[in-house]
Each structure stands twice: as C-alpha cells, then as structure tokens.
Design a protein around this ligand. Structure first.
Ligand SMILES: [Zn+2]
Length: 448
C-alpha cells in the first residue's frame, strides 16, 4: 500500500509556486534527516497524506486535496493518477457546478483491500475481515482453551485467518495484514506479549511466527489500545485529539490518547486502570494483589456480591436477567459498583482532562444503574467542573468490536504511517496548523 510505492512523488516545485509557509517537502518531526531516508520518507508521506485526506473527506476534488495538503497541483495529480491505477481511490460523484466544468471527486475504494482482526480470549478467539472503511465483511468465533497455551493460540490464529478469508472469498493478495488484540502488556515493536494475566502468558512471540506462517504483516496490541485505535480510525473519536476509552466488564481497562497519539507508557503498560489499588487489603485481584479496582467493581466482583445476597452462584446470564427484571438486591450492588468506579473515572478525568470519554465493553449491558453513577461522578467529582466539559459516549460493543479494533491496527499502519516496518505507535500523523509556521505539519510519534 502507501508505504510500498515505487514511484517518486517528492517533486520539487519551482520556487515561485512555493511560499515560505507552504512546502511540498515538509520534514517529518523527530526523525533523522538524511537525504536518502528523507526523500523516501517524504514520497511515502505525501502518498499517505493524500490517502488520509481522501478517506477523511469521503469525497474530495483534486483542487481541494491540493489546498488541504498544501502540495502542488502537479504533485497531487501524479499521486492521484498512481492511486487510481492501483484502484486505491476511485473517481466518484461530481460536485455541484458553480458554472465551470464540475470537478470529479475522489474517494477511497473500501474494497481495494482487506484486513483481518483477531481478539484473543481465554476460551478462544473472534476473527473478522474488514474492508478499508473498517466495515465487517465476515466474522467467526472459535472456541479453544488458550490459557497457558500460546502454541494453541498461534495454530488457531493461522487456521482461523485462512478459514475466514476462504469464507469471505477474499483473495490473500488483497489482504494488507493481520492485527491481534489481547489483554496484557505488549511489546508492539516486535509483536511480543510480555505478559498477560488473563492468558497466563509470559514473553510469547506472536507476530514473528504468524508472519512466517501466513506471509502477512502482523501487528499485536493490547486489546483496549486497539479499541481506541478503532475509535480514532472510524468511530466516535474520529475528530478527537485527547480522549480515553474505558472498558468495563470482566476486566476494567483504559486506553489513553494524548494529542492524537496512543500513550503507551515507558514499557507499554499504560492504562492498567483496573489494577489501581482503591481499597488496601480488599478482595484479591487476579493480578495477585489486593483491593484493585477490578477486584472491586469488575463483573466477577459484582456477581460475587450478588451471589452472597442470593445465597447461590449467580452466572453472567442470571446477572443480566436480574438487571432486566429490576431485582432490587442486584441493582443495589451494581449501583454501588458504579459509584466506586465513577469516582476513579472522575480522577482520571481530573488527571488527563480529555475532551471525550468512551465507555464500552460487555459491562455496559448492566445499563443505567451501572452507567449513570459513572457519568454523575465525572460531572460532579472532577476538579473545577472539568467533568462537565467532557463528552461521554457509551458503546454497547461485543466481542466482534474488539476484533474490529485489532483489524484497524493494520489500517492505521497501512495508511497513516509510511515505512510501517518501524512499527510506530503513531495513530495520527497529521497535525493542524501551528502558530509558528501557519502550515500543516506532519508529526510522527514513535513507539518504544
Ligand atoms: Zn489487580
């Protein structure tokens, strides 16, 4: 895709067409500036930038592309011709004429390529194939015990990837890559799961073996981070710069996006929100410590408390039934958990001042009794009324959405990032104008 172009699109423009503020050969921030690397990078960067602008606009004219990208018309034209030849963009509807010849609009062809996304769980995996708009073309479930058994996971991922591509009748030649999301700390640069409590894995290489077996680029990411990438790619956070994605359910997770980039921390372990200790000496958490937020308000804790009240083990299905029936004991426990979680979320909002908070995960099915106290706490318990400024959106996502999140890892790397080999964690490469240059800039944020 974009980073594999062979043509040279780094046309130097005559100086008369380039204002001091408008340079075709803009330099990416934070990268070594050797002439060869720079030229290759700029070529890819310009292609990526135009694809991204077309994608974001939905439909856009060449002239508007030139205006928004601040590339010259000949450069835009050369890149667009190339993308048309490759079938990545298509000419679509014609804009309303203002008298002259109406311009032809360009769109990304969502069927020009496909990506595979897989969400790993302890009891199996969900696999999806998505088009370039992150729309699901096919999905399937496969149940196999994966706890403590990475070899079973690698075999199942290979099998399911081949199977779903056959089912969806997608030619492997049109597949851009495979994304995998799982709970745990992930070294994204080499696709290794450093550790996962849920799966009981330590230092498991995923990307390397799967790349060899499938012949596809493979990216691996923490599952909550992958959800945030999906939200940024095509979801509620499409235009957001600073947001957090909170997942509620069996686990309590958080992904943090700062200035359009995923914040992964020094060791890729940021966002372990569920393991903040909120009650010293509290219930034992699956991480081995006591009083973690997850051990207090996760699905397991909620079911345990309701089970104590009911005098028998309450299953996940029964929990949902009790909620739907408005059972007072169940609702009391859920309300209390929502309040506790809400305070912690309010503290996150105080700490990070996001513009958007997305709440998702299977726990959202607990409904207003669980969600309202969270929203109220953010509104009422955040410093200096900052909580009233934050937009809160609730997504009732299931397992398939986690897999879509994994699939968007591939889209991000294929479109947003020239030179995907460096496996950066940049999820957005274009920042808008700055006071100093008055022009668009392209910034990279590399992973660790
Ligand atoms: Zn814990």
């Amino acid at each position: 895709m974009a980073h594999k172009q062979s043509d040279d699109f780094t046309h130097s423009e005559p100086s008369s067409t380039v204002t001091p503020e408008t340079k075709d050969e803009r330099e990416p921030a934070g990268r070594p500036n050797t002439p060869r690397a720079s030229r290759s990078l700029l070529r890819d960067l310009n292609v990526s930038l135009l694809i991204e602008l077309v994608r974001r606009a939905g439909a856009i004219s060449r002239a508007e592309l030139a205006r928004q990208s601040q590339l010259s018309a000949p450069t835009v034209s050369a890149i667009v011709d190339h993308l048309l030849k490759r079938g990545i963009v298509v000419e679509t509807t014609t804009a309303p004429s203002s008298g002259g010849r109406p311009p032809v609009l360009l769109s990304v062809d969502p069927k020009a390529g496909y990506v595979v996304g897989i969400k790993l769980r302890g009891d199996g995996l969900t696999t999806v194939v998505c088009d370039l708009d992150a729309q699901v073309v096919a999905s399937c479930e496969h149940y196999v015990p994966l706890v403590g058994d990475p070899a079973a996971a690698i075999a199942a991922i290979e099998q399911e990837t081949r199977r779903i591509l056959r089912t969806a009748a997608v030619s492997p030649s049109k597949v851009l890559g495979l994304g995998i999301g799982l709970s745990g700390v992930i070294e994204t640069s080499d696709g290794v799961c450093r550790f996962s409590h849920l799966l009981q894995w330590n230092d498991v290489e995923l990307a390397g073996p799967l790349r060899d077996r499938l012949g596809l680029p493979v990216w691996v990411e923490n599952d909550v981070n992958a959800l945030a990438v999906a939200e940024k790619w095509a979801g509620d956070a499409f235009t957001a710069s600073d947001f957090v994605t909170l997942t509620v359910g069996r686990g309590i997770g958080l992904a943090i996006v700062v200035n359009r980039s995923l914040y992964r921390g020094a060791h890729g372990a940021s966002g372990e929100f569920g393991h903040m200790i909120v009650e010293p000496g509290g219930p034992k958490c699956e991480c081995g410590r006591f009083g973690c937020l997850e051990a207090m308000v996760g699905e397991g804790a909620i079911r345990r408390r309701i089970s104590e009240r009911k005098g028998h083990d309450v299953s996940r299905d029964e929990l949902q039934l009790l909620v739907d029936m408005g059972d007072s004991a169940a609702l009391e426990v859920i309300d209390s958990a929502g309040r506790k979680l809400g305070l912690a979320v309010a503290n996150v909002v105080t700490l990070l001042n996001p513009e958007l908070l997305i709440i998702c995960g299977e726990g959202t099915a607990l409904g207003p009794t669980f969600l309202d106290p969270i929203v109220n706490a953010v509104h009422d318990q955040t410093f200096a009324d900052l909580g009233r400024e934050v937009e809160i959106k609730v997504q009732g996502w299931g397992d398939e959405a986690w897999a879509v999140g994994a699939a968007t890892l591939v889209l991000r790397e294929s479109f947003n990032l020239p030179g995907a080999d460096d496996n950066s964690t940049a999820i957005w490469h274009r920042t808008n104008s700055t006071a100093t240059t008055g022009s668009s800039e392209v910034a990279f944020v590399s992973g660790n």
